[in-house]
Each structure stands twice: as C-alpha cells, then as structure tokens.
Design a protein around this ligand. Structure first.
Ligand code: TIU
Length: 229
C-alpha cells in the first residue's frame, strides 16, 4: 500500500511493503529509575510521555503489516563490545556492567536491558542488539533492510538527540528516506528534542522528515490515511 502523508518539511510518501518501523531502545535502562539513563544523571520521567504514542505507532505498523525492528543498546556480559571510553561514562559504581536494582547496567540479558512490557516485540519482529548509539554501527541492519528491499524508515524511540538522531543520520547517509514521529520520541532534555526535530527537517529535509503521529495514523483510526493507489 502506497501512502502519502503531510510531513515536514513536505510530503512523505512510501510503500508499506518497502518500509520498516525502527523502534529505538525502549528499554528499562533508559526509561525507568536506576538504569543507565539515571546513572548518567538524567531525569527519566522526561521520557514517559512517549510510551503511549510509541505503542500506538507500533500497533499501527502491525496493522499494516510493516516490517518492525526493535533496537536495544546493550553490551555483552564480558564487555568485549564496549569501548574503554564508553566504560568511563557515569558515576563510579553506576557504570556499564556494574550491578544495580535492574541487574548489571546496560548488559544484554539483564532485566534493565529488556524492553518495556507495553513495547515488547512480537514473534516475527526483529530484535537488534547494538553496542553503539547508531543502529547501523557494528550490526547487520543495512543488510537486513536491503534483503527486504526496504527503502523508507519510520523512526521512534529514545533518546531523540542521541540514539534516534544518530541512527537517522546513519540511515540517511545510506540512502534511506527517514520519517521521525514527534510524539513517539523523547529526550531527557525537551529543548534538545525540539532542536533535533528542527535540525533534521531543516534545509529541505537535510536528514529526513518529521510528522505528528496523527498525520501518519489518523486521529484514532486509519481513515485519514491518503492512499496513493
Ligand atoms: N544518554 C542518552 O540520552 N541516550 C543513550 O545513551 N542512549 C540512547 O539514546 N538510546
């Protein structure tokens, strides 16, 4: 199904069979207290507002049978994929691999690294562990998308200016058309979110497009979608 939506800085059209939703790092470690996000000194409550819209976006992507990728930023238990410079981040005792109330911080397989239950992947959806901020760095994401002839990405998740923006820039450089859904992404710093939305769509969409959730999925049902075919 070919869809065209009113996005910024202009119309965004895509074929649902050649698009993927990339839901970025909706993990306890970033969204709940005592995870990696809080260990870095952040107020994690700033992210809670994007959870319900992200779920609505996910439900919509499932309803149109779009490919779905859930990324998770998490490291191997032996930290072999964690650069020494990244290990220095955070207060001593609350660094990557240190024990915390949700298990070892930012380590794959620990409770903190898992997705929020309301955004848990379903069977058939891709879970992509990544060691960096960008989802293309040290992963097979580009190959996976190319094998499925995917050319457009719908992006959401946390945090807007870190993992989401890094992934969007990586994707843009690889030739994907990228659409970021405003309510379904959040930052610990609301002004960074606003700035990111503005910078990606500036200069005629130098990095990509942005849209409100309602512009993509309609305000409660899918009836406002403008099918081009
Ligand atoms: N610190 C911060 O804003 N974000 C991250 O470290 N990772 C993600 O954005 N997922």
């Amino acid at each position: 199904m070919e869809l065209g939506i009113d996005a910024q800085p202009g119309p965004f059209s895509f074929e649902t069979t050649r698009a993927a939703l990339v839901m970025i790092d909706m993990q306890r470690d970033f969204l709940l207290p005592s995870g990696f996000g809080e260990a870095l000194g952040n107020d994690v409550s700033q992210l809670s507002g994007c959870i319900a819209p992200a779920r609505r976006l996910l439900d919509w992507a499932r309803s149109v049978r779009m490919s779905i990728v859930h990324t998770k930023e998490a490291h191997a238990p032996d930290l072999s994929d964690c650069p020494p410079a990244k290990l220095q981040r955070g207060a001593p005792g609350k660094r990557i691999g240190d024990p915390g109330p949700m298990g070892r911080i930012l380590i794959d397989g620990e409770p903190g690294s898992d997705f929020l239950p309301e955004l848990a992947p379903l069977a058939g959806e891709r879970v992509l562990r990544k060691p960096g901020k960008g989802a293309f760095y040290a992963t097979d994401l580009d190959d996976w998308l190319q094998k499925r002839s995917i050319t457009s990405l719908i992006l959401a998740g946390v945090t807007t200016e870190v993992c989401v923006q890094t992934t969007m820039r990586e994707a843009n450089d690889r030739g994907y058309n990228c659409l970021l859904i405003e309510e379904a992404t959040a930052s610990y710093f609301p002004h960074f979110k606003r700035a990111t939305l503005e910078m990606v769509r500036a200069q005629g969409g130098i990095v990509g497009w942005t849209a409100r959730l309602g512009q993509l999925i309609g305000e409660g049902d899918a009836s406002s979608l403008k099918a081009n075919t």
